[in-house]
Structure formats: C-alpha cells, structure tokens
Design a protein around this ligand. Structure first.
Ligand SMILES: NC(=O)c1ccc[n+]([C@@H]2O[C@H](COP(=O)([O-])OP(=O)(O)OC[C@H]3O[C@@H](n4cnc5c(N)ncnc54)[C@H](O)[C@@H]3O)[C@@H](O)[C@H]2O)c1
Length: 325
C-alpha cells in the first residue's frame, strides 16, 4: 500500500543543509512569494526546482525564458529557503543538488534529502533527478523512495552544461536524454517538464535511467581523458626543452586530426587556477566517483591513476593561454 506513511521502523531523515553560501543574483531577484504572484498572473505553478546552484539556476532561467515561474527550494539561498505551500502541487520537480564522490561512487545524501522532503510534503507528481548520479544509483534511489512510501514517480535526465556558460548551454541543448526510474512515471508530464525549460527544436531521447547515467558519466570521463592526454603531451614537450607556447603548439598539432576533433577548450593545457590538469567542479569530481564506484578492479586502478595524475598536474603552475572547464 502506498499511502505516504513511512514503513514501520523507517524514520524520515531530516534535511541536511549544505554549507555553501550562494549569492542571489539580480536575475533571480525574486522570492517564491514573488513567484507566487507572478505565477497567479500567468496561471503557472507547474514546475519546481530543488537546489539553486549552477545547474538549478540554469534550469530556472530556462523555465523563465519560456514564461514559467518555477518554485525554488534551497535551504542555503536567502528568499528560497522556505518550502512554498504550492510546491506540492507542481506537475514536475527537478532535483539539482550536489552529488560529491563518495567511497562507493556518488554520495547521494543530498538527493535523498530532497526525495525525503518531497515525501514528507506528500508530493505526488514527477521528480526528475538532474544531479549527476551513476547507473547503480538508479535502483538505490528507487528503493529509497519505496521505503519512504513516496507517492511521486522518479525519472533521471542528466545535464551536460559547462559551468562557464551554464544557462546558454542548458537552454540550447539539442538532445536531452531521459529515463524513468519508476514504472508509473507520467511520460507526458515528464516530457513537458523537460521541454518547458529548453529552446525550440530540442530532441527528447528516452532510454533506460541507467543508460542515461552511463552516457553522462562516460561523456565526462571522455573529456577528462582528452585533457589528460593533452597534459601528458604538454608535460613531455616541456621535459624536452620546449617553452609553454611551443608545448601547447605540440598539443594543438596532436589534436589537429579529424578523429580527435573538438573545441579547442578541451585540449588546451591550463585551467582557471593557473595550473596544469583540469580544474572546475565536474570532471575531477566525476572521475573520482567513477574510480570509487566501478566494480572492475583493473578499471578502478586505471581511473585512480588518472585522478592522481590530474592532482599531480594541478600542482604545476603555468602561464595559460586560456582556461577550460
Ligand atoms: N556545474 C555544472 O557545470 C554541472 C553540469 C552538469 C551536471 N552537474 C551536476 O548538477 C548537480 C548540482 O551541481 P551544481 O554545480 O549546480 O552544484 P552547486 O554546488 O552549484 O549547487 C547545488 C545547490 O544545491 C543546494 N543544496 C544542497 N543540498 C540541498 C538540499 N538537500 N536541498 C535543496 N538544496 C540543496 C546548495 O545549497 C546549492 O545551492 C551535481 O550533481 C553536478 O554534478 C553540474
């Protein structure tokens, strides 16, 4: 029976509050109260967003560009740190909270905290996990929601935006992958929620939830491998007496091959910290989660070594022509 009551012996966990203090930017200079007023004007309380960081802001900006006023909840952001009573009525709510690497893949604490909150308020719509999770996490979340006797359904739709250009990348995404975790997910509402925050012409591709997670995490791994290769070439060029410009010239020549074609940013050595290797929030984090989450021991060793190489490279200060990530 699914009546919204926790299973016997199962306690609803309390919300943990991440400590990061995010500034409210002027483009989001509205509170949920403001959203409620605006929404009543355009009759839209359809969508909610939990977690108002880089990804959450890009999502909200996408909805707003299309005339929607999503309700936002983030315990660490002033004006959005209270749950709006109408959150419960949203058709779909996206979860965009952090997922840091843990000892066994991703640390799902904040995703679970958000799922727990939605169960507590009796939410019955569609929950879309846009936070990055691994394929094995799909069943963990399904099981968790079942233990909560949650009345919502869950889907995943991983996000590929870059931090430097988050809103434009998000809105302009051509292909959006999504997959249901729950068997009962309302496909029409799910598609509507995914389309309502994007620009025109977006293609929605439905796969299994696990397939979506594999695509997301391995795309980041492929980008990390590419940057690792560029850094290795650069390092050896410097060891052979070349200066920074000549070393980057070697890297550019290596990648001047149609089989390796990419945006320059993904083979330019140097990061926003002024060191070698890749910095930013996503690639190293996802490499660490893959290294701890993968079962095959040889793959685990390889990924752990790549991580150690990147951490080693990040101690090398260089003069940088541009920055990636
Ligand atoms: N930043 C990127 O470029 C990017 C790209 C693709 C995917 N992602 C993924 O998106 C997810 C979020 O990343 P981000 O960069 O937006 O992180 P972020 O740190 O910028 O923002 C996360 C927000 O979630 C809030 N939060 C934490 N716990 C919460 C909770 N229990 N309930 C509600 N809000 C909570 C935090 O206060 C913060 O504002 C991660 O899984 C990340 O891997 C990020």
């Amino acid at each position: 029976m699914n009546n919204g009551t926790p299973a016997p012996g199962f306690e609803l966990i309390s919300d943990s509050h991440a400590t990061k203090d995010l500034d409210r930017t002027s483009s989001y200079a509205r509170s949920n109260a403001g959203a409620a007023e605006a929404a009543s004007e355009i009759g839209s309380h359809e969508f909610g967003v939990i977690g108002f960081g880089v990804l959450g802001k890009a999502l909200v900006a996408g909805y707003e560009r299309n005339g929607h006023q999503p309700l936002i909840y983030d315990p660490n952001v002033p004006h959005f740190n209270e749950i709006h009573p109408a959150l419960c009525q949203c058709l779909a709510i996206a979860i965009a909270v952090p997922t840091q690497p843990g000892p066994d893949g991703y640390d799902l604490r904040e995703v679970k905290s958000a799922l727990n909150l939605l169960a507590r308020i009796g939410y019955r719509g569609v929950v879309v996990v846009v936070s990055t999770i691994g394929p094995r996490d799909v069943r963990t979340l399904e099981h968790f929601a079942r233990q909560l006797y949650a009345r919502y359904s869950i889907a995943v739709s991983p996000e590929f935006l870059t931090e430097a250009n988050a809103s434009a990348d998000f809105y302009g995404q051509r292909v959006v992958y999504f997959g249901s975790v729950s068997t009962s997910t309302d496909d029409i509402e799910l598609r509507r929620c995914l389309e309502a925050c994007r620009g025109g012409g977006v293609q929605l591709r439905e796969l299994s939830a696990e397939q979506c997670c594999l695509i997301k995490t391995h795309r980041n791994l492929a980008l990390a491998l590419k940057l690792t290769s560029a850094n290795l070439a650069y390092l050896e060029a410097v060891e052979n007496g070349l200066d920074a410009e000549q070393a980057q010239g070697i890297v550019d020549a290596v990648f001047d091959d149609p089989r390796l074609h990419s945006q320059a940013a993904y083979h330019t050595v140097g990061n926003s910290e002024g060191t070698m290797g890749f910095a930013g929030k996503c690639l190293e984090k996802d490499l660490a989660a893959k290294a701890s989450g993968i079962a095959d021991s040889v793959s685990k060793d390889l990924l752990a070594a790549l991580l150690r190489f990147n951490q080693h490279a990040r101690r090398h200060v260089i003069s940088i022509p541009s920055c990636q990530s």
